[in-house]
Ligand binder design. Sequence first.
Ligand SMILES: Nc1nc2c(c(=O)[nH]1)N[C@H]1C(S)=C(S)[C@@H](COP(=O)(O)OP(=O)(O)OC[C@H]3O[C@@H](n4cnc5c(=O)[nH]c(N)nc54)[C@H](O)[C@@H]3O)O[C@H]1N2
Ligand SMILES: Nc1nc2c(c(=O)[nH]1)N[C@H]1C(S)=C(S)[C@@H](COP(=O)(O)OP(=O)(O)OC[C@H]3O[C@@H](n4cnc5c(=O)[nH]c(N)nc54)[C@H](O)[C@@H]3O)O[C@H]1N2
Ligand code: SF4
Ligand SMILES: [Mo]
Length: 726
Amino acid sequence: MLFGRKHKNPIKITDKGVVEWKYTTCGYCSTGCSIEVGLDDKGEAVASRGVGGADVNRGKLCLKGIFEHELFRSAGRGKQPLIRTRRFDKFKTTTWDRALDRTAAEIQRIQSTYGRDAFAIVSTGQIMTEEFYTLGKLTRGVIGTNNYDGNTTLCMSSAVSGYKRSFGSDGPPGCYDDFEHTECLLAIGSNLPEQHPIIYWRLQQAMEKRKFPLIVIDPRVTMLAQMADMHLPITPGTDVVLLNALAHVILAEGLEDRRYIAAHTNGAEEFEALVAQYDPVTASRICGIDEDTIRNVARLYARAGSAMTIWTMGINQSTHGSDGVVGINNLNLITGNIGKPGGTSLSITGQCNAMGTREWSSCSGLPGYRTLEKEKDRQEIADFWGIDADFFPEKRGLFQTDIFPAIETGQIKGLWLIATNPMTSMTNTARIRKTLEKLEFLVVQDAYEDVETNEYSHVYFPAAVWAEKEGCFTNTERRVNLISNVVKPYEDSRPDLWIFNQMAKRFDQGRKIIFPETASAVFDELRQLSKGRMLDYSGMSYDKIEEQRGIQWPCTEGAESGSPRLYTDGKFEYEDGKAKLIPLLFIDNNERPDEDYPFWLNSGRVVEHFHTRTRTGKVGNLNKFSPTPYMEMNPDAAKELAIDHGSYVRLTSRRGDAVVMVQLTQRVPPNMVFIPFHFHECVNRIALGLLDPHSRQPAFKQAAVRVEPIVDQESASVRNVAARSF
Ligand SMILES: Nc1nc2c(c(=O)[nH]1)N[C@H]1C(S)=C(S)[C@@H](COP(=O)(O)OP(=O)(O)OC[C@H]3O[C@@H](n4cnc5c(=O)[nH]c(N)nc54)[C@H](O)[C@@H]3O)O[C@H]1N2
Ligand SMILES: Nc1nc2c(c(=O)[nH]1)N[C@H]1C(S)=C(S)[C@@H](COP(=O)(O)OP(=O)(O)OC[C@H]3O[C@@H](n4cnc5c(=O)[nH]c(N)nc54)[C@H](O)[C@@H]3O)O[C@H]1N2
Ligand code: SF4
Ligand SMILES: [Mo]
């Protein structure tokens, strides 16, 4: 037998036969990478690559982006509208006209029988900005229900609420370029290498050029924590206490920026009085971080020429989510770190267009960061759309997390779900199932007909996905980027924009209002409505966006390009131009581990999968890397319970139980388990999701569970396979 190869076979990269590359923007996470999709001579999408000249990703893509062209023809895509008279009957295929007529008739029936708000609409962070705006026009201007919200309540609403409370408006003030300038970076509850791999790559590039401390606050030793100079394994749900204690040390040691506080903030006195109670010794007993570390971090942060904080779901998904965001803003205001290069409060957003919905969908108000509560805003939009301002409610309706309970109580009878899958993404699966079963009418509009929630619908609208359409997304750093239409919609699926426009035609008022047919005509409305406002789009056009590979708002008319930062002049959006320092009293209201349920249940994501896997679950390579639901458990804790690596266990909470495979790892402390939420009938069967009082966002990451080994491993594994099949 000969070792080595006589005739070497060099690795060949197969020629995919690309004849044309088309520009677009990634449709998964909020990083906002520019992608080119390669088409072969039959016009089929056969490859994806990063765009070299794009400032965000500079030619790079993460593994989700690399395989994104496989989406278009993946399993489970909706081909035709589906309809059935009774839930759980077999679906019949139907025409678009019939599906739309039936839905419009049901909306009208429910509204005339039970009142306008008895029909609810819940959308997403994953359609184009032009689609969001059109849906808002349809919902607020035509259908007229006030129970209209999006899955961003599961995701960004704490950040929105916190920004509004501190600065008088939503809008992340920083950008990725801040990594190039900062002298200290605090990352709270954010795992960039897995969840925003290309933002992480930008950070890494900055850290290679110039050394600055990276401090990670996360109860798990995440991949980001492994790269950090300091890791603070905080007790879940207690970030506000730590943030108060950091402010305490800064003020006690005179490290604050007095000039900035005096010139640009209100409320310093009450704030100082409150944080005086949060000395590091007292705080350490609650948040689990020792007093010396608290002092060191406070000093590092305050003494740095510029310091910034980034955060994601570890902060937002908490009963103190909004307060956590305010706490971060407080820290940056007292150290003068807002609006300066490397000094900022940057919420890392989640979905590809989490920002677009905040700006334009009218979910929480009216387009262009206008609110229902302001008469002037209502009048402006009513005039622009050509309707009577009295048609608008004078305050926002229910959040998504309050819409579901209102279905339970019978206040809401019909629901339209657009690009969201609550059967898997909301907590207490059993309760969500019962809730959906109570609806008189449910219509699901999704790119995939096998999405779990569709089991409970009466009508299904097959939507076109991502680059089967044209429009814009706004990323984490307020960069508006273009998705150009690369391939035709799959089978008889249709762009969401088309579906909304067709629906409008079925209502009297909808026939009076203009609903432009093309995305670019809708974009023109955004430019007009944003002129002179904080989120000014008036200097943008599709051509200019593509040319510059994305433009950051504000971009005023005639401006060469956009603006990397907000509040550079220290002028905030409150009437008097000052930001607010807000005292944050911490009241511990989480379900905590006890004798019966001794483990913290934490949940989140893995790099390979996106959310409920409707998309990534169909992409061969992604599934190969991450095929099964699993739970991270500390080896010491497992040993005490005689639980082996790779075995199945039963998890029980006060809500229910779930069976899952164990992965032993030191990433979690002995009193915690962590489960990615991507898999149906898994962590959200047992998670709790108490709501934040300001943002109504669920605390997905804090609950208590019991873990038990399962004797019959074989049947457990069968159950598990069933749980992950579509
Ligand atoms: N691969 C991939 N990327 C994604 C997504 C995806 O599904 N897959 N989804 C996108 C979306 S919509 C979002 S919102 C983002 C989410 O991005 P991330 O928020 O970075 O991701 P998560 O894993 O949900 O949570 C982050 C961390 O919060 C920590 N955490 C839990 N409790 C606490 C706490 O009390 N305090 C602190 N400080 N930390 C805590 C968890 O241990 C976890 O490591 O990712 C986006 N990117
Ligand atoms: N336990 C736990 N639960 C969580 C979280 C957690 O960390 N832990 N995270 C929460 C967070 S941050 C989020 S953002 C939510 C996400 O929760 P969901 O929004 O429910 O999850 P997705 O799987 O992203 O659902 C989006 C749907 O839109 C469809 N879709 C994609 N593109 C289009 C399109 O262009 N048009 C239409 N019509 N449909 C389209 C997809 O097929 C998919 O079914 O989950 C939340 N749930
Ligand atoms: S980092 Fe986010 S935007 Fe960039 S390729 Fe990956 S999933 Fe897409
Ligand atoms: Mo999210």
